[in-house]
Design a binder for this molecule. Structure first.
Ligand code: NI
Length: 256
């Protein structure tokens, strides 16, 4: 299967330390055409940019993840701004958002970082890649307020709230969870959201789809997610992969 665009991966993660170069070099031959690597903190931004420089098919999203805010100041976002302006392969601000399941970073810290990064993305004309875990209400409130372009990654809300995301012009990111046995909610979302507004993603190394659930994930495994989505939509897997590839190119302004 060719033409896979994985719009959300973390190849800077230590789970790839042993075989990163071998794995990444093998991806194009496994049908992977584009990858958006999402940074989560200053160190991960550095590694993400290095990967984007080394591999033609890797693009970069840079930003501070809500779980990674310990020790960071809002003024540290100046570096994100400078790099986004300077590096042509930076195509999004991410991974940013709110995670209320993660109690080590208080909400009062997460909220201003999320809002400031949305404002930064808008000022730079870049889309946002948004993480929302158990924080739907506050996440939507800020998206409603600022209306950035972007994607709700690993979407975990209901079909009803997906409508609001779509009305705001954002995309819905769908990954391995769609193939899980207990995936009732995300199945409904996949039925409801038009294919033109869906992005395929892995969140690699996490969220590997069935039949690889529990193992390390990588972009080539998106084929399993696309297959499931094709079944739901009643079209071919190739059509799903190609349409989602176009969606991603459009959102992230990639015309390679
Ligand atoms: Ni992620």
């Amino acid at each position: 299967m060719s033409g896979i665009f994985d719009t959300h991966a973390h190849y800077d993660d230590e789970k790839f330390n042993e075989d990163r170069a071998a794995l990444l070099s093998s991806l194009p031959s496994k049908g992977v055409e584009l990858v958006m690597n999402c940074a989560t903190n200053p160190g991960s931004i550095k590694s993400t940019l290095a990967l984007a420089k080394e591999y033609d098919f890797i693009y970069a999203a840079i930003g501070f993840h809500p779980e990674d805010l310990i020790g960071l100041k809002l003024s540290d976002l100046e570096t994100v701004k400078t790099l986004a302006l300077q590096e042509p392969k930076v195509k999004a601000i991410g991974e940013i958002g709110l995670d209320y399941y993660w109690k080590e970073v208080p909400r009062e810290t997460q909220l201003p970082f999320f809002e400031t990064q949305i404002e930064l993305a808008k000022a730079l004309g870049l889309p946002v890649i948004v993480h929302d875990r158990e924080a739907h209400e506050d996440t939507y409130a800020l998206l409603r307020k600022h209306k950035p372009k972007g994607v709700l990654h690993c979407y975990s809300g209901s079909a009803e709230s997906a409508k609001e995301i779509l009305d705001n012009g954002m995309y819905i990111g769908i990954g391995g969870a769609l193939t899980f046995k207990n995936a009732k909610k995300v199945l409904k979302v996949a039925e409801y959201v038009p294919l033109e507004r869906i992005l395929l993603e892995t969140d690699a190394p996490y969220m590997a789809p069935v039949p690889c659930r529990g193992k390390r994930n990588d972009s080539s495994l998106i084929a399993h997610v696309a297959e499931k989505l094709a079944e739901i939509k009643g079209i071919s897997t190739k059509e799903v992969i190609d349409t989602c590839n176009r969606n991603g190119r459009e959102l992230f302004h990639i015309d390679k």
